[in-house]
Ligand binder design. Structure first.
Ligand code: ADP
Length: 539
């Protein structure tokens, strides 16, 4: 029996019409490179987005064609997020922090036809321009007034060329809307293609109270770049819900972010833990004297939110909400929200719960599989690989199909993340398959050790890696960065850790460093650390 429901497709058209009718006067604020603010509203941004769609079609692009962006987080990037899919085009957000070779590889792999590039990012583009011939390159005036850059076209002139008579194409909900590449920490970047449907459903889910909690009246700042995993879908979710969007531009240091949060009274911001660790240090150092922030909700993901960070930000009225996901999962897949019973737990236990990655979002199915293809029990001890399935989880990679390393025989995405699950269904990530430390045949979780070390008051950040060992195969080595002005002896750190972990988990070696190298997306670059410290050992 067929339902009587209307077959209305889930496409970006509805999101745009809705925002245009209901939220036209809500503000969109972007901070320019010189730190002045560019203020406009949804009405203006959506108007420009429509011009962009029509101008691209008039200029010869066809639905399904890819248009790349090389841009920071600001109003014009939002125009591209909305306008390109409105024209049936596919927005490919180039990750400007990848190596130039890799950026060119992704543009070529996606067969991008046009590029929209921030004026201040032209030097980044020029490092790989010889390797992929975009048909046209439009310079977006972000750092300067619109002007002609020789050899390039002007974005403002493109918008002005739009012809209202050009019809916007009808889209099917499974048509491609956007394209992101994984950051390639394990080989060449891989393309993930989002559909209109997956993006709309993800935007709805992200708005839910236990996930992003996007509500009308919220002022939201995606610190996570719009060139990485769609800034966690926040530009779409914020548009769907009519939130004020406050974009930070290129200044992502703690003081600049805090200035922006204070000036614009931001109520929700999202980013990786390293951003918030720096922010916590700045807030602690200011001792409540410098910034007056509203109560804020902080979405943290991309790597594990250490318990010490959650506690620390709570002291300043910034409430961390912990999410897990990956480019392949749009990216939000799980979140840690406390149940009514868990709210009754002693405070220490509540913090432990909040530091977990939590339960899957509605429509996301999740299972933990052991090496023999069996699901592990929910006893919070047994560990297994997280596998996921759902309407915003990729079922393959662009031009690559379904490699069995990445997809199970029954079609679930194999994430490469290792976790245990407690009786309430909440997962706790213990490692990535490639980062686990295997000592004497037993697994040691580098993430658990890092979280413990980062709970020491003198420590700013810490990464733990596996070192080859003649007897035990591998042993943990901790690379520790101290807070400014602090001193710590390795023995003191080990004494701090001893009550919390089995003695054979304690690192064999603790080295102090000025910084932990980061990947293009701000995560600890363990590959680089292993190369650095393993090579030191060999020489
Ligand atoms: P890449 O895999 O290229 O680094 P992604 O941003 O897609 O780029 O990273 C996804 C990975 O980040 C996950 O597979 C997981 O290892 C890690 N990750 C994301 N969120 C969390 C989290 N909350 N806790 C622990 N690890 C996380």
């Amino acid at each position: 029996m067929l339902s009587t429901m209307m077959p209305v497709p889930l496409t970006i058209d509805h999101m745009i019409e809705r925002a245009y009718c209901l939220f036209a006067r809500e503000l969109i604020v972007s901070r320019r490179p010189d730190k002045t603010l560019m203020r406009t509203n949804y009405g203006d941004v959506l108007h420009r987005a429509q011009h962009l769609a029509r101008a691209c079609l008039a200029g010869g692009l066809r639905p399904g064609d890819r248009v790349a962006t090389l841009m920071w987080n600001h109003q014009h990037h939002l125009e591209a997020y909305l306008g390109l899919p409105l024209g049936g085009l596919v927005i490919h957000t180039l990750n400007l922090r990848l190596f130039p070779d890799d950026v060119a590889y992704t543009a070529a792999h996606a067969e991008d036809r046009w590029l929209l590039v921030d004026d201040i990012l032209l030097p980044v583009y020029e490092r790989f321009k010889e390797q992929w011939p975009f048909e046209k390159v439009f310079v977006v005036p972000f750092g300067e007034a619109p002007s002609q850059h020789s050899g390039y076209d002007c974005y403002e002139a493109l918008l002005q060329s739009a012809d209202n008579a050009v019809p916007l194409p009808e889209k099917k909900e499974d048509d491609a809307l956007g394209l992101c590449y994984t950051s390639g920490t394990t080989g060449r970047p891989k393309g993930v293609v989002y559909s209109h449907r997956s993006t709309m459903l993800h935007a709805m889910a992200m708005a839910l109270p236990d996930y992003g909690r996007l509500e009308r009246g919220a002022a939201i700042t995606p610190v996570v770049p719009m060139f990485h995993a769609n800034a966690w879908g926040l530009p779409y979710s914020g548009t769907l819900m009519g939130c004020r969007q406050v974009f930070p531009g290129p200044h992502l240091d703690a003081a600049s972010l805090l200035d922006l949060f204070e000036a614009e009274q931001v109520t929700m911001a999202a980013g990786v833990p390293t951003i918030w660790m720096a922010l916590l240090q700045a807030l602690d150092a200011a001792q409540g004297q410098r910034w007056q922030l509203p109560p804020m909700r902080i979405l943290v993901g991309g790597s594990a939110a250490p318990e010490g960070l959650i506690r620390g930000l709570d002291r300043h009225g910034l409430h961390i909400h912990h999410l897990w996901g990956m480019t392949e999962t749009s990216p939000m897949a799980t979140a840690a929200a406390l149940s009514s019973q868990e709210h009754e737990l002693p405070v220490d236990e509540q913090y432990k719960k909040r530091a977990r990655q939590g339960i899957p979002a509605p429509f996301v199915a999740l299972r933990l599989m052991d090496d023999h293809g069996q699901e592990v029990p929910w006893d919070d001890r047994a560990m297994g690989e997280i596998q996921v399935r759902g309407p915003w989880i990729t079922g393959s990679y662009l031009h690559e199909g379904t490699n069995p390393d990445k997809f199970s025989a029954d079609g679930w995405l194999r994430t490469g993340d290792i976790a245990s699950c407690d009786a309430t269904g909440s997962i706790r990530i213990t490692d990535r398959t490639k980062d686990l430390i295997k000592s004497g045949g037993e697994w040691i979780s580098s993430v658990a050790l890092e979280n413990l070390i980062m709970g020491h008051p003198a420590v700013a950040e810490a990464a733990v890696i596996a070192m080859p060992h003649p007897k035990w195969d591998e042993r943990p080595l901790a690379v520790v960065v101290l807070k400014p002005g602090q001193t710590l002896h390795p023995e003191e750190l080990l004494a701090f850790m001893r009550p919390h972990v089995a003695s054979w988990w304690l690192p064999d070696e603790v080295v102090f460093a000025n910084e932990v190298p980061k990947t293009s997306t701000g995560k600890f670059n363990k590959l680089a650390l292993r190369e650095q410290y393993c090579r030191n050992k060999e020489t």
